[in-house]
Design a binder for this molecule. Structure first.
Ligand SMILES: [Zn+2]
Length: 510
């Protein structure tokens, strides 16, 4: 028992006061959050929360105050956000390092109400996966202020990777990997994709796919550049929506052939949303993710004087108003299970967006936009605040579903007894005007500058530690912990294989 708790117990005993409840005594909790409105993905209720050793030990109508006590009577008490798509301290296939390291990224995430991130341990061709993972641990361990796991990026599915490294890493808690259908240095061809999907299905991992048709994009881009169309806005032209919907359709077919669940990440275009929806309706185990940039930006944002549009370039690019609407609909109707940032932080200077200064073309720029810190406030304000999503959907899309999809539900994603005390207290009425200067990443700009938002995470708790309170960082560098993940929900769900799959599986079983 901590000294402060002993003192409380001694005081109570000396005063002769009865214990405040039969079940819970003053000494029981390290931290209590009382009088709040708790919202999980499936319910909203008034309750007090008692925390011991970083985990939720009790949820009840009324609990006695713990050693530390937070009055949440004016707050919404939500599970801490989980951001399952962000690029941190990662070198791109073109050799560009992200602006954020594990310290700045996790601090920025925490200020935005996120308590766990799942960035990538990115394999480039020729690299051995176990060494890649070790490298990322060495970067994250001393710096992270909130908890983290790692997805793998698989760009070189050699025989060793498929039969030795991936099975071993899956067993060690790296139960998801991202693969690319585009970018010359990362892309897998369909044959390799089948191998990776089959390995995932055999050993229990979820495959996340960047679905865009590499040749379509390259072909358009070459023709644009040859005619002198080099401005950032042509990035959006070259990434035609058909490149996205074609690749989405194709990888869904590959996943169905191998009877493997698949998650299409950062979906941006209306056609791709419809493709995913149609496959889900057929019973295919296809899941989807979208990001703030597809809800709050369009290609018109990229069309700015000079090179300023580079600050809004990411792949796939923001599209038109109809796609924006389709993506909002996909969040509301369950086509998408997760809403992530795809935080890919690059500064608007020669280290990121402008490697060739004024001569930079849309093909030279580092691709990506920041979003770790504003992910939740944007969706809370414009989704919940404007009635597009319920508060429970918000919780599902920002926390609970990430835990379920990626094998973290035994630790995170809900406010429930036994889970980690990852909790975010929201001031639903707080009005904030977005300004890059008040954010905590190292990007130096935000695509959402000047936006007026309503609702803000004011107290952020990770494993019972108050990480952020009243605009101040209270967590120590390196205090975040690696979280080993279990079998992702979609993979664990039992299912009878389709007759077609059964036939070829029975003929080819090893
Ligand atoms: Zn991607």
């Amino acid at each position: 028992m901590a000294p402060i708790l002993k003192q409380h117990v001694a005081d109570a005993a000396a005063s002769g006061a009865p214990p405040p409840s039969d079940e819970f005594r003053l000494s029981d909790f390290d931290l209590t959050i009382r009088n709040g409105t708790v919202t999980n993905a499936d319910a909203t209720f008034r309750a007090d929360i008692g925390i011991v050793d970083g985990r939720i030990a009790a949820i009840a109508d009324r609990l006695p105050a713990g050693a530390h006590d937070i009055d949440a009577s004016e707050r919404l008490v939500l599970p801490g956000g989980i951001d399952s798509h962000c690029h941190v301290e990662q070198i791109s296939s073109n050799g560009v390092m992200t602006a954020d390291d594990f310290e700045s990224a996790t601090v920025s995430a925490a200020f935005g109400g996120t308590t766990t991130i799942i960035p990538f341990a990115a394999q480039h061709r020729g690299m051995a996966l176990p060494a890649v993972v070790a490298d990322y641990h060495a970067c994250a361990g001393p710096k992270a202020v909130i908890d983290y796991g790692f997805h793998l990026i698989v760009s070189d599915p050699t025989e060793t990777a498929l039969t030795v490294d991936l099975p071993a890493l899956i067993r060690q808690g790296y139960t998801s990997f991202k693969v690319y259908m585009t970018y010359d240095k990362l892309k897998l061809d369909d044959y390799q994709m089948l191998d990776v999907l089959d390995t995932a299905s055999t050993h229990g991992a979820l495959v996340m796919v960047h679905a865009e048709n590499n040749d379509m994009i390259k072909w358009i881009a070459q023709r644009l550049l040859a005619r002198g169309h080099t401005a950032p806005k042509y990035h959006a032209v070259s990434h035609d929506p058909l490149a996205e919907s074609e690749a989405t359709h194709r990888v869904i077919a590959l996943a169905r052939l191998t009877d493997t669940p698949v998650l299409i990440v950062h979906v941006s275009g209306r056609d791709a949303v419809r493709t995913i929806r149609a496959a889900q309706t057929l019973g295919a185990r296809v899941y989807g993710e979208t990001c703030p940039q597809y809800l709050f930006l369009t290609a018109a944002d990229i069309d700015r004087p000079g090179l300023d549009g580079a600050m809004f370039c990411c792949s796939p690019p923001p599209r038109d108003a109809a796609s924006q609407e389709a993506v909002w609909e996909g969040l509301a109707n369950g086509t998408f299970q997760v809403y992530s940032s795809d935080h890919a932080p690059y500064r608007y200077d020669e280290t990121g967006k402008l490697p060739k200064g004024a001569a930079t073309t849309f093909k030279d720029m580092a691709n990506g936009v920041p979003g770790l810190e504003l992910r939740l406030p944007l969706l809370f304000s414009e989704g919940v605040g404007r009635g597009r999503l319920s508060l429970q959907q918000f919780v599902a899309l920002t926390a609970t579903n990430h835990a379920r999809m990626y094998g973290l539900a035994h630790r995170k994603g809900a406010i429930a007894v036994g889970l980690d005390a990852d909790i975010c207290l929201w001031d639903a009425g707080r009005e904030v005007t977005v300004a890059a200067a008040s954010l905590h990443d190292r990007v130096g700009y935000t695509p959402y500058e000047g936006r007026a938002l309503r609702g803000w995470p004011v107290t952020v708790i990770n494993r019972g530690r108050v990480v952020v309170a009243d605009g101040r960082l209270l967590a120590e560098r390196g205090s975040g912990m690696f979280v080993s993940r279990r079998t992702p929900g979609p993979v664990a769900m039992a299912r009878t294989p389709s007759p077609q799959t059964q036939l070829f599986k029975s003929l080819t079983a090893r």
